[in-house]
Design a protein around this ligand. Structure first.
Ligand SMILES: Nc1ncnc2c1ncn2[C@@H]1O[C@H](COP(=O)(O)OP(=O)(O)OP(=O)(O)O)[C@@H](O)[C@H]1O
Ligand SMILES: [Mg+2]
Length: 330
């Protein structure tokens, strides 16, 4: 379906305003590690394949992937979060440093492990994944440092993304400080929610749950059909008193709810689908950057849907650029 000319020009104008916007990402940083290789035999020690490693790579995941997506879209990114004093934490900080993100607000805590997901992939098949993480609430001293870092970064930000994967960073105090700070400064604050923390998000600008998370946020069993979806979106809006709710619906695109308005259903713009992991991170990154660039939620959501449509067509957790995004608007 071609986009009307006027709408396309508005979308392009918003993209042109992405460059250099200062966006703060607060949340659970992770490191995704990929060990790639080939299998030619079964181990003599146990009935498992032997993978001959040919390649190893690391990329930021979780809130880190949101930061990567923002940076690729042209934002000036600052990060507030926690890493352990371990190799994975160092790799993460190094990666952010190389990509120009501000990491003054990242605390290193020797009592925590940097969240890490290591996937062993042979001939494109995942053989095993092993995780390392600490999910306990933060120690009081770490939370204090984090709050201080948040205050500094918030004062410079033009929008805030909270990327809550439930690993301990997004506690009630940190959230309250972020929500109040963003309100005081009149800047948008969006949340990729953890359903268990739903009640804490009251007063945010917008949330971006996927369908399953949206149902879980309301503590209801999922039901199909447009009427049920509309009731769900309205329920979340009322509970949070937010400016909008954007439910991402995988292959079915996304639905935007705003107070007083009708639900807007946006079909996916993906042309090819290779890898859908991390699409939600792309959505909240592009959405928030567009809001910071002055777009209303409807236009910001439309752009985030194009951005997600591009990244699902790439292999591996991926990002997109303003140029690719502009090209996709045909
Ligand atoms: N299979 C698909 N086909 C086309 N588009 C897709 C597909 N999966 C995701 N998308 C696009 O990506 C957006 C976000 O995807 P989804 O709703 O799966 O988020 P998510 O569950 O939070 O993803 P993740 O947690 O893996 O990052 C969708 O709104 C849509 O635009
Ligand atoms: Mg998600």
């Amino acid at each position: 379906m071609p986009i009307p000319r006027v709408e396309r020009q508005e979308l392009l104008r918003t993209i042109a305003r992405f460059d250099g916007r200062r966006i703060l990402v607060v949340g659970d940083l992770m490191l995704d590690r990929y060990v790639r290789g080939s299998v030619s035999r079964i181990s003599p020690e146990a009935p498992v394949p032997v993978v001959r490693v040919t390649e190893e790579s690391v990329i930021p995941g979780g809130a880190g992937n949101v930061a990567s997506n923002l940076a690729a879209l042209g934002a000036q990114v600052a990060v507030v979060g926690v890493v352990g004093k371990d190799e994975a934490g160092r790799r993460l900080l190094e990666h952010f440093g190389d990509h120009g993100a501000n990491v003054e607000g990242v605390c290193a805590d020797s009592r925590r492990a940097t969240t890490q997901k290591c996937r062993v992939v042979a001939e494109r098949q995942q053989v095993v994944r092993f995780d390392r993480e600490t999910t306990e609430p933060l120690a009081a001293a770490t939370e204090k440092r984090l709050l201080a870092g948040l205050a500094v970064q918030l004062a410079r930000a033009q929008a805030v993304v909270i990327s809550d994967y439930g690993k301990g960073v997004v506690g009630p105090r940190l959230l309250a400080a972020a929500i109040n700070g963003a309100r005081r400064r009149g800047i948008p604050l969006t949340v990729d929610p953890k359903p268990e923390h739903f009640r804490r998000y009251r007063g945010v600008t917008g949330v971006t749950p996927n369908t399953a998370e949206a149902w879980a946020c309301m503590g209801r069993a999922p039901r199909g059909g447009e009427a049920a979806l509309t009731a769900l979106g309205r329920g979340i809006l009322a509970a949070l008193r937010s400016r909008f709710v954007l439910i991402t619906r995988g292959a079915e695109g996304m639905s935007l709810f705003e107070p007083g308005g009708r639900a807007v259903h946006i079909p996916t713009r993906a042309r090819e689908v290779f890898d859908v992991s991390g699409a939600g991170d792309t959505v909240i990154a592009a959405l928030t950057l567009a809001l910071a660039a002055g777009a209303p939620p409807r236009r910001a959501a439309a752009l985030s849907n194009y951005a997600a449509g591009i990244v699902v067509g790439k292999l591996g957790t991926a990002t997109t650029t303003p140029e690719e995004l502009a090209e996709a608007l045909i």
